[in-house]
Write a protein that binds this ligand. Structure first.
Ligand code: SF4
Length: 674
């Protein structure tokens, strides 16, 4: 049990670096080197001093029974979960021996880092880890499981021009929340949206699921997964045809409008409504409301990108405010503010990316199973839990069980992936190390400071990769190791000095930039590129060309979506959920299959099956079933999650994951584990 708070306790300030838009400033109460309480800092405008429930309870993670305290060496069969403690020296020696062996036998491309955001910032991700793998000449990972299609579209159309701050939502006449559930993944937007609605703003939610915001929205459009593109194109066409496009603005500030319009031309309201499975009248209501509202803002989430049309869909959604010129008085769009900072990450890495092969992380299962030349022989997993987060979970698990593969997992707790490791290294949490983190929903950067000592023998990314660089003779004269020196190299002298004094930095554009007034497109032309050549060349079917749903069939007629849970950040902290998973399906679909509320069902397709309890309700549209992401194997009855059903097909642009293209059938077949 957490110790009681008293007046003599120490209060420390730090920043939350979890993969969340907000990078909240935290106040942590510590007693005898133990975390007692975690709260938001009152002096931060963006958060207003409150934080999400998952980080309030983060001490449960820090002191969890699953927390890794020493290095562990596999002592049983792969996946059996049998490990023996070893010293750090033994663990390093094993890793170094294996890497040397693989490098000599197959070449360094046989070594693959597998990592994602985890709870890491600018000094612990793409820092000494990248220096190590670059100098080693390892294969490179394309980190595409999230935001690759959206990032490509956003970069191409706007050069990542900063978005509308949620603090400005209060003054919006209309807010469109498109493929985003802020209650789960961006909680600080919620009060602003609610406040705006109370003041008369119209709120429209576009989501196959009735999210908490959708339940209270003025209009909810439960479009069929993967059809965002056609809705956006129909909206562009309708706005233009009904006199809501701004010719002067388009002429002066955009390029490619005619090509965009040409692609939108086939998407009449009637056709789009038929494909998206929503009433024509609802689409027209959305289009008219948007055309007539000023200021109007579109909050574009990550839902629209997770399908075969994902890149074109995001590009089309982002094009809408440009067509109608909604950039007046804080209107426009919000997506990510990752472009707010120009940081010198190369000076932290101090190594050049090698010309080695690139491996898409969405294809990891296939990659580990395939006879590549060279094969992936050593897999170094850190800052991520691929068994819980990547598509084709059965292939990922089968790949990790390959006897010839040596897997290192460096993590804070015994994850589902760590169970398949050959060697496990215990990592610090963000409350135990230094880092730097910028929000991508706001424009704040904050220092991450250690507020307690390291738990057990855990080490930081920084320490482990510095040691491996040294042991593999990859050090070079002039290497920066000290965290303060790295921070200065990353930020430059002035910003570093400011950060050292205040613990945080504000981006030059300020906290509430107005689009096309304070911030402008950073594209090569300086204009909003509505039909960028880079996307036109790279998109599979042609930019803004809808790819029909080929995976839906009589055999697998239901679309499975796997949205985020409010209790997790990706899969981080998922193991703290102590309830079994529940899938949700519409009464029409349940009735047609003789399924009743509360029953255990088998959700299946050619990739796998999941046995899970079912909730029957209208929070999902007919034809759609929902099983959240971020769950761990323990949450279902056969130790498989929605990822076991997700295909490893790739999106049209950015080679992103297509979780929302999962098509399944559901049956009442009883569980037979024999
Ligand atoms: S997870 Fe997000 S909302 Fe929660 S404390 Fe961290 S940054 Fe804030």
């Amino acid at each position: 049990m957490a110790p009681e708070v008293d007046a003599a306790d120490e209060l420390s300030t730090t920043t939350c670096p979890l993969d969340c838009p907000d990078a909240c400033k935290l106040v942590v109460t510590v007693k005898n080197d133990q975390v007692v309480k975690i709260d938001g800092a009152d002096d931060e405008a963006h958060t207003g001093g409150y934080i999400c429930g998952k980080v309030r309870k983060y001490a449960d993670h820090v002191y969890s029974d699953l927390r890794l305290q020493t290095p562990l060496l596999r002592s049983g069969a792969k996946g059996s979960g049998q490990f023996s403690p070893v010293s750090w020296d033994e663990a390093y020696a094993k890793i170094v021996d294996r890497i040397r062996f693989d490098r000599d036998r197959y070449g360094a491309e046989s070594i693959l880092p597998l990592c994602y955001g985890g709870s890491n910032g600018k000094l612990t991700q793409d820092a000494l880890d990248a220096r190590f793998f670059f100098r080693l000449g390892a294969s490179r990972l394309d980190r595409t499981v999230c935001a690759a299609p959206s990032g490509a579209a956003y970069q191409a159309l706007y050069g990542k021009m900063l978005g509308v701050s949620c603090m400005d939502y209060d003054d919006s006449a209309m807010i469109v929340v498109w493929g985003n559930n802020p209650h789960a993944s961006g909680v600080h937007q919620v009060p602003h949206i609610q406040n705006a609605q109370q003041q008369g703003s119209k709120v429209v939610v576009i989501d196959p699921r009735k999210t908490p915001l959708a339940s209270r929205a003025d209009l909810h459009l439960p479009i069929y997964p993967g059809t965002d593109l056609v809705v956006a194109l129909a909206m562009i066409r309708w706005l233009h045809q009904h006199g809501f496009s701004d010719g002067d603005f388009i002429q002066q500030h955009t390029s490619g409008f005619d090509q965009l319009l040409d692609r939108a031309d086939e998407w009449t309201v009637s056709r789009a409504a038929s494909v998206a499975r929503v009433p024509e009248s609802s689409l027209e209501q959305l289009f008219r409301l948007y055309g007539e509202s000023d200021p109007a803002v579109i909050r574009c989430g990550w839902g629209p990108e997770r399908n075969r049309n994902g890149g074109s869909a995001t590009a089309a959604i982002l094009a809408i405010p440009a067509v109608a010129n909604k950039f007046k008085r804080s209107g426009g769009f919000t997506m990510s503010n990752s472009g707010a900072w120009k940081l010198n990450q190369a000076s932290v890495i101090q190594a050049t990316p090698p010309p080695t092969r690139r491996i898409n992380m969405n294809l990891i299962g296939e990659t580990l199973l395939r006879a590549n030349d060279p094969p992936v022989s050593t897999l170094f997993v850190y800052n991520c839990n691929p068994v819980a987060t990547l598509p084709e979970q059965n292939k990922v698990i089968d790949g990790l069980q390959r006897e010839s593969l040596f897997t290192i997992v460096f993590d804070q707790v015994m994850t589902d992936t760590a169970m398949y490791a050959d060697i496990i290294l215990p990592a610090t949490t963000f409350l135990e190390h230094n880092d730097l983190r910028n929000g991508y929903g706001n424009t704040r950067m904050g220092q991450v400071m250690p507020v307690i000592g390291k738990i057990g023998q855990s080490k930081t990314n920084h320490e482990v990769f510095a040691e491996l660089i040294d042991r593999l003779d990859l050090s070079e004269p002039g290497d920066l190791i000290d965290v303060t020196e790295l921070s200065e190299a990353l930020l430059g002298e002035t910003m570093h000095a400011q950060l050292s004094q205040t613990g945080e930095l504000a981006a030059a554009a300020g906290p509430r930039p107005v689009q096309m007034k304070d911030v402008f497109p950073a594209t090569p032309s300086g204009k909003i590129e509505l039909f960028p050549a880079s996307l036109a060349e790279s998109s599979k079917a042609g930019l803004y060309r809808y790819i029909a749903d080929a995976s839906s069939s009589n055999e697998y007629p239901l679309a499975l979506i796997s949205p985020a849970l409010r209790e997790t950040v990706n899969s981080s902290l998922g193991y703290l959920i102590d309830k079994p998973a529940v899938a949700t399906m519409h009464p029409t679909d349940a009735g047609a299959r003789g399924i009743v509320d509360g029953q255990t069902v088998r959700v299946f397709n050619a990739s796998g099956e999941v046995f899970v309890g079912i909730e029957v309700g209208d929070s999902v549209a007919p034809g759609v079933i929902c099983l959240p992401k971020g769950l761990w194997m323990r949450h279902t009855q056969n130790n498989r999650t929605s990822n076991a059903l997700a295909p490893d097909t790739l999106s049209d642009i950015g080679a992103g994951a297509c979780f929302n293209d999962t098509r399944v059938e559901v049956a009442t077949t009883p569980l037979n584990l024999s």
